[in-house]
Design a binder for this molecule. Sequence first.
Ligand code: NI
Length: 215
Amino acid sequence: MMEMKGKQILVDPFISPNELASHIDISSLKPDVILVTHGHADHVADLMTIAKQSNALVISTFEVASWVEQQGHSNMFQMNHGGKREFDFGTLKLVNAVHSSVLPDGSYGGNPCGFIIESEGKSIYLAGDTALTMDMKLIPMWTKLDLAVLPIGDNFTMGIEDAIIASDFIECNNILGMHFDTFGYIKINHEEAKTAFQAKGKELHLLEIEESISL
Ligand code: NI
């Protein structure tokens, strides 16, 4: 969950089936906006419940947002890769991610995405689930990032080594790690990961569930 311009923005809600977060009462979550990077179950598990109880605006790719509407939630907004738009919480640009995307019921999920959010003078890159990709080199042409949220768990996404290269591509040394530890095969050694980033003059933040950082 992020807070910008007084709006609460939730990204890829995967809470109740997540052993590390299952103690969180999702009925207490009332975001204004939900961003969805792709349709995999570990990103949309609690999406419809939270969207409906909060009437949050769900923003995603054309295919995922259309699926949300089919599930009975009309407060959604469809974007697609390369598109940029002003919202009340800031400016959002939808960017490439190299991954796959299918909804839990087998519906076509289109291409997965990442987001760049510019708000209150800060710029944040949410990579989504992705491999290292040359497209990341475009990002510094558009914005000067203050923080990048990169997957680091390997196996399904980039691992630490590639995330360090990604951090060079995007010209941002302030990294928040995601997509690690949730399942056995994406468990990482936290100290080793932080040391690997430090050795390249970069900082890797690894938050505990419900822990937060501010920019
Ligand atoms: Ni995924």
